[in-house]
Ligand binder design. Structure first.
Ligand SMILES: C[S@@+](CC[C@H](N)C(=O)[O-])C[C@H]1O[C@@H](n2cnc3c(N)ncnc32)[C@H](O)[C@@H]1O
Length: 206
């Protein structure tokens, strides 16, 4: 497939950028769950980024569709109920997962339930000229090789904030533009089409 050779360097840069954004929010001894962890590359990179910063963390993945040969320990689950008690994980991560889940509110509520401190959401936001179409193409190209179903449904930053309000979480950091890919891919698929929020569970409807 002609796009396949582009995927590796683009994906590697994405993982590196995301782990550098997330790492400062980690503390030594933290237990992290990467929900919808795919092959586990982000979780593995985050662990090595934290180690380079002198922090020892424990990180697991959990997947609706485990691929086999994951880079971190990966639990399998039904996509709805995470098998652990409330507040078990210091941090949970949903990186480009919510837009693949039909029952996204159940998934988000479950992520909040098992989170003690921070929930990280990385997703796409449709903005700018043909923004929605550009995201759809990128989503299809990145997920088609793995057979991951695309719903082609993405929230704006305003819609995300309404969701956070209904979940009872507060925004610690919100990035509405990320230079996620190598140049020149950012011009078409990166920057304002990329969104990340670090949410705090402090005061979450207890
Ligand atoms: C685009 S991939 C992202 C993989 C990884 N998070 C990353 O950032 O590289 C989306 C992944 O989410 C998984 N997924 C979708 N819905 C899920 C759910 N409800 N629970 C767990 N995993 C889910 C898919 O199987 C797929 O592996």
């Amino acid at each position: 497939m002609p796009l396949a050779f582009l995927h590796k360097p683009i994906y590697a840069r994405r993982i590196e950028v995301l782990s550098k954004i997330i790492e400062p929010h980690l503390s030594s001894g933290d237990h992290i769950l990467d929900i919808g962890s795919g092959g586990g590359a982000l979780a593995a990179k985050l662990r090595s980024e934290a180690a380079a910063a002198g922090k020892e963390i424990a990180i697991q993945g959990i997947e609706k569709h485990p691929r086999g040969g994951e880079e971190v320990e990966t639990l399998s689950f039904d996509g709805y109920q995470i098998p652990c008690e409330d507040g078990h994980y210091d941090m949970t991560i949903l990186a480009d997962v919510v837009h693949h889940e039909e029952d996204y509110m159940q998934l988000l509520k479950e992520a909040v339930r098992v989170t003690k401190k921070y929930l990280v959401i990385k997703d796409h936001t449709p903005r700018g000229l043909l923004g929605y179409r550009r995201i759809c193409f990128m989503d299809w190209a990145a997920n088609n090789p793995y057979g991951v179903k695309c719903l082609y449904r993405y929230f704006t930053a305003e819609e995300w904030r309404e969701i956070y309000e209904s979940l009872g979480v507060s925004v610690k950091v919100e990035l509405e533009s990320i230079r996620l890919y190598p140049e020149p891919f950012n011009l078409v698929f990166g920057n304002s089409l990329q969104y990340l929020a670090v949410l705090s569970r402090e005061g979450a409807g207890e």
